[in-house]
Design a protein around this ligand. Structure first.
Ligand code: KG4
Ligand code: ZN
Length: 344
């Protein structure tokens, strides 16, 4: 049994956790930066980096205190090394390196997306490779065949916005506040998902990818028309996103063989309607459905500690010269999506 300290600071959550290789979360702490960023309706990178500097070490001390352990008790230190807002990533990675140097314990540089991708295995011991993963977060919307630790085949990605980004932008333009996903879900609960006619970009196409930019523009037009209740716009928007996610995932399932499960992870996986739609899709294909508990879907350090534990067990540690990466695809061999903008 090994104990890993996990550090996360790639976006607007600062987090530390102590996780064991036998799936025990000894302690996990998280500081959100909601108050810092909410006046701007989105994450301001410079503010985020400063807030990570202030929050991270107290959280590290707090998890050790809660678990009644010290740095001497851990086997490795896992820190998110990208992708994400580079200032924040550097805060966590440099902290990880300093702790590694001070303790003589190895550093594991973790890809944040790998943290999301392997988090279902922390929650569900029976989950075996290979599984089909729908990774839906604020920065990414991808379908991945997870073949093993460090082995990911990207089957689809978004050619424009990520799903979480669409939730956040919809919330912002409807004045629902920040972060947008939970606010949209809450408002949608009292709306009619069939009320507002909205497009489902790329639905039914043989192309494997996702697109949400056109949906976002349609939501803006619906809001500006003054014709619809906010509840109905959010419910219809959420349904359109779900229809796209389910359609694209169904296509990937049809093209994949020997899967052990359909798995969803990332912040948007905290959405109950998204979870139940995907659960239905898995049942259609006689596949188990795995979704981590809600708190493990949104950014946290337990998933980084767990990815660190999986990598450490496979002998994958990193040197202190490992550089922070603003971009870091899980599948380096994936082709650029046709029509893709700047996002990978
Ligand atoms: O994984 P995550 O915490 O951070 C990134 O790595 O991006 O995902 C954050 C995203 C945000 O866009 C947020 O609005 C969305 O996940 N999200 C949700 C919900 N909770 C968080 N989207 C829809 N419904 C939710 N309940
Ligand atoms: Zn994330």
């Amino acid at each position: 049994m090994t104990i890993i300290l996990g550090l996360e600071s790639s976006c607007d959550e600062t987090a530390a956790a102590l996780v064991t290789s036998d799936r025990r979360i000894l302690a996990h702490k998280l500081a959100t930066q909601e108050t810092e960023h909410s006046p701007y309706g989105g994450v301001v990178p410079e503010i985020a980096a400063r807030a990570h500097v202030e929050a991270l070490m107290p959280l590290v001390e707090a998890v050790f205190a809660e678990a009644k352990l010290t740095l001497a008790d851990v086997d490795a230190i896992a820190a998110t090394a990208g992708p994400g807002l580079i200032g924040g990533v550097m805060v966590g990675l440099v902290t990880g390196k300093a702790l590694s140097l001070a303790s003589g314990k190895p550093l594991v540089a973790v890809n944040h997306l790998e943290g999301h991708a392997l988090s279902p295995r922390l929650a569900e011991p029976a989950l075996e490779f290979p599984y089909l993963l729908l990774l839906v977060s604020g920065g990414h919307c991808q379908l991945l065949r997870v073949e093993g630790v460090g082995h990911y085949r990207r089957l689809a990605t978004t050619i424009d916005d990520a799903a979480g980004e669409a939730f956040d932008k919809t919330a912002k333009l409807l004045g629902l506040g920040f972060p947008g996903g939970p606010a949209v879900e809450k408002t949608a609960a009292s709306g009619d998902p069939r009320a507002v006619p909205l497009p489902r970009p790329l639905l039914g196409t043989s192309d494997p990818h996702f697109s949400f930019a056109g949906l976002k523009s349609a939501v803006m037009r619906a809001a500006q028309s003054g014709e619809w209740r906010v509840e109905d716009i959010t419910a219809s928007f959420q349904q359109a996103v779900i229809d796209c996610l389910v359609d694209r995932t169904r296509r990937a399932l049809a093209a994949s063989k020997n899967l052990s499960a359909l798995v969803v992870a990332g912040g948007v996986a905290a959405n109950q309607s998204v979870r139940s739609a995907l659960e239905g899709l898995a049942a259609e294909h006689d596949l188990p459905f795995v979704a981590p508990p809600l708190w493990l879907c949104t950014d946290n350090a337990a998933m980084i500690g767990w990815a660190g534990a999986e990598r450490f067990a496979a002998g994958m540690t990193d040197g202190l010269d490992f550089a922070a990466r603003p971009r870091w695809p899980l599948d380096p061999d994936a082709e650029k999506a046709r029509g893709a903008g700047v996002k990978a």
